[in-house]
Ligand binder design. Structure first.
Ligand code: THU
Length: 129
């Protein structure tokens, strides 16, 4: 598990980018900060669409940005709601993250503050071909 200080710093980056979320339909902006083993951080936001199902979550957008930059190995991802409310990654994003390994730390906020959990804990027995 990453240190509390590192988790807080990564969460801060997710919070900062969340203001750029494009969420006119739900009004629920989300920011994600994905830390690769290279040390590089990839930030992204949710991008909604008038065809609601075409929306992409912040976490999957961050994975796409990181992979486009040549990354394959990840240490942690922080997820923040623009309004500061508690958040937990959706099932689809857990599955997409699991493609690159389940030992990644997932930093979110619960009702009692920041929490760091392994993806393995959040998604037991993911689907793999
Ligand atoms: N959303 C994310 O971006 N990440 C999550 O972990 C949960 C949900 C987005 C999708 C949609 O644009 C909005 O939040 C409301 O569901």
């Amino acid at each position: 598990m990453m240190t509390a200080v590192d988790a807080k710093a990564l969460f801060q980056q997710a919070t900062e980018v969340a203001v750029s979320a494009y969420a006119p339909y739900s009004g629920f902006g989300v920011g994600a900060a994905l830390l690769a083993k290279s040390g590089q951080v990839y930030v992204a936001v949710n991008v909604e669409n008038a065809a609601y199902a075409s929306t992409i979550c912040a976490e999957r957008a961050a994975v796409a940005a990181a992979v486009a930059a040549g990354e394959r190995n990840f240490k942690a991802i922080a997820i923040a709601a623009a309004n500061g409310s508690p958040i937990s990654p959706c099932g689809a994003c857990r599955q997409v993250l699991s493609e690159f390994g389940v030992s990644i730390d997932v930093v979110t906020t619960g009702l009692d503050g920041l929490r760091t959990e392994s993806l393995e804990f959040l998604l037991p027995r993911p689907f793999h071909l």
